[in-house]
Design a protein around this ligand. Structure first.
Ligand SMILES: Nc1nc2c(ncn2[C@@H]2O[C@H](COP(=O)(O)OP(=O)(O)O)[C@@H](O)[C@H]2O)c(=O)[nH]1
Ligand SMILES: [Mg+2]
Length: 449
């Protein structure tokens, strides 16, 4: 049933001062009423005004007290889900929230599935699909830029842009329909050039939006930056310095790093996953050789390779080869060991993991290379942040291009293509939401959301 009562913990389980439990669906107030004790002079739950916190004792199925906390009622449709909703703040930890939930289940609720609260919000028209995705993205965000992008999407920025484009497509269909219905009315109200001009504008706008996808997807997923170079070139030291913690083992023995070590970090507010690799060299040793193979795979997946070469020596042909094979940035390490590190920009950014010199310039360069597009585009357009968005918009762009081709030859077919483009945008925003689209969007949500 669409709105049968569901309940779940909205905060992570474990030791904490407080926990939040949500209950939503038809009969939510009656179910909550069964576990909330109204003491002397206190009003019954059903009499509580909306959105006002009340301190109450919570009871288990036997009527025994299990905690004291706050309860708040949100009556339909003014709630997150759009259905009647009750929130309980109780004490945290492992015992109390579990007992409170058990009491709610005994009183008639069932455990919520992952993302089920947000799914109901969507079905009740509280959020569209893009906003529902943004809720998930905001929860998963680790870097400022991810939080900002998610908030903008949650605020409806991308949805409004897409719905405006959809309006344009509908208007074009109307213009075409007029042309189809009254073709003999030459000099009719709709000049063919006008239709073409409008179509060109819409097409260009769709393409501009599609062009934000690579930058937007990188913001959402984070960029992979791989440190590479010869053994002992200072990769692990730089990795640690950028992270600000001693994650990777550093020794003077070449070949110390064998496994690739990954760590999430934030560089100037942008999400970056750093990977420290085994040094690249011909090694006779089996374990080290395996590590080098893994390094190669990482290099292939990297958004940017930081090629580490000691500041004291000129990059060798194999190193310059690597630099040109991958999208890379040359870093001259151990700058503290040389008198005057090369200042030529072509010869890379001089850094010292020991003194910290040059790290700021390196961070600046990294942010610019990896997220310059996102920063630039993000000011002008909402960003497309997922493959799902890119696929839908590609379909719209293709259909718009096909409509253009058909315009001269067969206006009916052009109108059909415009309708296809419109359908792609509708599916993207979630004006229509086929079940499989919903399933994909919600599969990674947590239960309380
Ligand atoms: N003076 C100096 N020594 C460094 C610096 N970075 C690394 N080293 C030394 O160079 C050696 C190799 O460093 P490591 O980070 O393990 O290099 P990797 O093999 O490329 O990971 C170690 O003895 C480090 O202490 C630096 O910035 N300055
Ligand atoms: Mg190392």
């Amino acid at each position: 049933m669409l709105s049968d009562p569901i309940a779940a913990l909205a905060t992570p389980p474990g030791r904490s001062a407080l926990a939040l439990i949500r209950l939503s669906g038809s009969g939510a107030l009656a179910i909550a009423g069964r576990i909330v004790a109204a003491g002397r002079g206190e009003s019954e739950l059903a009499e509580l005004p909306d959105r006002v916190a009340a301190l109450r004792r919570f009871l288990d199925a036997e009527g025994q007290p299990l905690d004291e906390g706050l309860v708040m009622v949100f009556r339909a449709p003014r709630s997150y889900t759009g259905d009647d909703l009750v929130e309980f703040s109780c004490h945290g930890g492992l015992l109390v929230p579990a007992r409170l939930l058990a009491a709610l289940y005994a009183a008639g609720a069932r455990p919520a599935a992952p993302g089920e609260f947000t799914r109901r919000a969507l079905l009740n028209g509280k959020l569209d699909l893009l906003q529902a995705e943004a809720v998930g993205d905001l929860i998963d965000a680790t870097a400022d830029a991810q939080g900002r992008a998610a908030l903008r999407q949650l605020d409806g920025g991308l949805s409004r842009r897409l719905l405006a484009l959809r309006e344009d497509l509908i208007e074009l269909q109307a213009l075409l329909a007029y042309d189809v219905d009254f073709p003999e009315e030459d000099d009719g109200p709709v000049a063919p050039e006008r239709i073409r001009e409008r179509l060109d504008q819409v097409d260009a706008a769709l393409q501009r939006l599609l062009a934000t996808a690579p930058a937007g997807e990188r913001v959402r997923a984070g960029a992979l930056v791989v440190l590479a170079g010869r053994p002992n070139s200072g990769k692990s030291s730089l990795f640690n310095a950028l992270l600000g913690v001693e994650r990777a083992l550093v020794t003077e023995i070449p070949g110390t790093t064998r496994d690739t070590i990954e760590a999430d970090s934030e560089i100037r507010g942008w999400p970056v996953r750093l990977a420290d690799t085994a040094g690249l060299r011909d090694s006779g040793e089996r374990i080290e050789r395996l590590g080098i193979e893994v390094s190669r795979r990482y290099l292939g997946a990297a958004d940017l390779v930081l090629l580490c070469v000691e500041a004291g020596r000129f990059p060798a042909p194999d190193e310059l080869g690597l630099a040109s094979e991958y999208s890379s940035l040359l870093v001259r390490t151990k700058a503290d060991l040389v008198e005057a590190p090369d200042a030529t920009p072509d010869l890379g950014i001089a850094v010292s993991a020991l003194t910290g010199s040059g790290l700021d310039s390196l961070r600046e360069a990294l942010a610019k290379r990896l997220f310059g597009d996102a920063a630039r585009l993000g000011d002008l357009e909402p960003l497309l942040t997922r493959e799902r968005h890119r696929f839908a918009l590609s379909r719209a762009v293709e259909a718009a291009a096909a409509a253009r081709t058909e315009l001269e030859r067969e206006p009916v077919l052009a109108a059909h293509q415009l309708q296809q483009a419109e359908a792609a945008l509708e599916e993207l925003v979630g004006v229509v939401h086929p079940d499989e689209v919903l399933a994909r969007v919600f599969e990674r949500f947590c239960v309380g959301k």
